[in-house]
Design a protein around this ligand. Sequence first.
Ligand code: CUA
Length: 288
Amino acid sequence: MRFIFNRVQLLALTLLGLAISGAQAEIRQTSVWWLPRNVTMFGHEIDFIFYVILILTGVTAVAVFSTMIYFIVKYRARPGVSAIHSHGNNTLEVIWTGIPVFIFLALAIYGNEQWTQMRLKTPPADALPVAVIGEQFGWNVRYPGADGKLAKMTASKVTKENPFGVDPADPAGLDDFTTYGELVFPVERPIRLYLGSKDVIHAFYVPEFRLYQDMVPGRIYDFVWLKAEQTGKFQLACNQLCGQGHYKMFGKLSVVPQGEYEAWAKGKAPQPTAAKETPTVPVVMAGR
Ligand code: CUA
């Protein structure tokens, strides 16, 4: 049997692969070898429990494997030495069952408490509502206008033309503005997300936010909220294989100071100016 590549070609391919992965790494802003930096409030608890579990399992693995190797060497078969017949030790059994039970219970209770804080409590009333509806293959984003309110979204009304499932006459939505694949969040302000999908299952995923939420069509998720504590530029990546274009389904997300956000929102919202100009248009027309 012949190999398809010779050694030189394989080496070249390997180097090319390394070069590409090096270039890929540039896309991520922070550490590629470890967790990306955390910029949200809830991220501290998530990272904390991650490190606790890592240390617990790491110490256990080292302890178990070194004991095992030590025993393998110490009690190896040797000519003239008879085997030891052990019938176990009840005290040891109770200890090494009791400790893991305690650890697992503690982790479960702590994790449950954090999850309750993140997803089961009502988001703060002063949170900025932002709607994000996934589609093959991009993100429809909707922001409230000056009234701070988004139009009411109804999952059953979501269509191709109406990705947010809103009533066009809803007064709360008249000053809303939309973007495609562009999100700007003010720093240090709670953001309440309204997540949904137009077609298939997508997922809202920002590693630096330690936030992941599937978006299943037919539902509007209104319980996800976050508070970014640092500014920066991030990538919103879809994290459910949703079709051939899944790989390119990303959005630009930046966290900026409040003033910068307001300026951006002002520039994005054409409705208030349009609404002000609307009455003058018929007057001009009538004057002609
Ligand atoms: Cu949407 Cu993958």
